[in-house]
Design a protein around this ligand. Structure first.
Ligand SMILES: C[S@@+](CC[C@H](N)C(=O)[O-])C[C@H]1O[C@@H](n2cnc3c(N)ncnc32)[C@H](O)[C@@H]1O
Length: 252
């Protein structure tokens, strides 16, 4: 089995990426009265319910090792053919993971639909929105280009999953889940190696690109350019940076 991507980029993930309570509530609401939940790309167990039967599938040893004892152990299973019968779990969730599924994105999502009796909940990013964020637009076009390639469009998702509804999820300024989108009000995080390393956007880029982005943001913070252009963002409590909750409705 080839080694999992997060075995190289997942170190220190749990420290920087703690679940955001508002996102947790949104997911719980969609899970409704499901008693059995499949969490795929389950990582360190963030957003996983603790009051239902959970099956956690996670291909990376490094991520699985960061799961707290309060979470079920994760089985080393990735997106693709799933060892589950049709409609055998009440609900399933895939949180900020489908963009890592490479050639298995379509099959993985169709498989989630197949094995799930009720809602399939996918937290993902609409790259047509995230590319407008100052970080991608002014400094880091490489990540916008990568995101275009790896995030399925919302239309494609509904082709693969059947009927879906999509909810924008504004990112709180003080979110505890420091994804790349959470940098919207925190240009200083670009200068923090631990914050950068916990985002796949930075972690997957060549060092020369990362260095260029860090140098440019540092310069613009020091001479006031960043605040002149984007300082108004520091006043906002939430911002729509492209995070989307996609819910595939239960089979009728
Ligand atoms: C950004 S993390 C999100 C983890 C967790 N869902 C959360 O919200 O904290 C992405 C996760 O997707 C997992 N992943 C990567 N490739 C995968 C694949 N082919 N199939 C399933 N999961 C995968 C990674 O190992 C990692 O745990």
């Amino acid at each position: 089995m080839k080694s999992a991507r997060y075995d190289s980029i997942g170190h220190g993930y749990a420290d920087q990426r703690r679940e955001d309570p508002a996102i947790r509530r949104l997911i719980e609401e969609v899970l409704g009265d499901a008693r059995t939940v499949l969490n795929i790309g389950a990582g360190t167990g963030a957003y996983e319910p603790s009051d239902r039967h959970v099956l956690a599938f996670e291909p990376s040893d490094v991520m699985a090792a960061q799961r707290p004892p309060s979470r079920v152990p994760a089985l080393r299973i990735g997106a693709g053919p799933l060892p589950l019968r049709d409609a055998s779990v009440d609900a399933s969730m895939a949180v900020l993971t489908i963009h890592h599924w490479d050639q298995e994105r379509e099959r993985g999502l169709r498989e989630l639909r197949r094995v799930t009796r009720g809602p399939v909940v996918v937290l993902t990013i609409d790259p047509t929105v995230s590319r407008e964020l100052w970080l991608m637009k002014d400094y880091f076009p490489e990540v916008a280009a990568l995101d275009d390639a790896i995030f399925p469009s919302l239309e494609t998702l509904s082709e693969w999953l059947g009927r879906t509804r999509v909810e924008p999820v504004p990112v709180a300024r003080d979110t505890t889940d420091r994804s790349l989108l959470a940098f919207w009000a925190h240009p200083e995080w670009v200068l923090d190696p631990a914050a950068r390393a916990a985002t796949s956007g930075f972690a997957r880029m060549p060092a020369s690109v990362v260095d260029r982005v860090v140098d440019a943001v540092r310069r613009d913070l020091e001479d006031g350019t960043w605040d002149e252009r984007h300082g108004h963002l520091r006043e906002l409590s939430h911002y729509d940076a492209g995070l989307r909750l996609v819910v595939a409705e239960p089979r009728s």
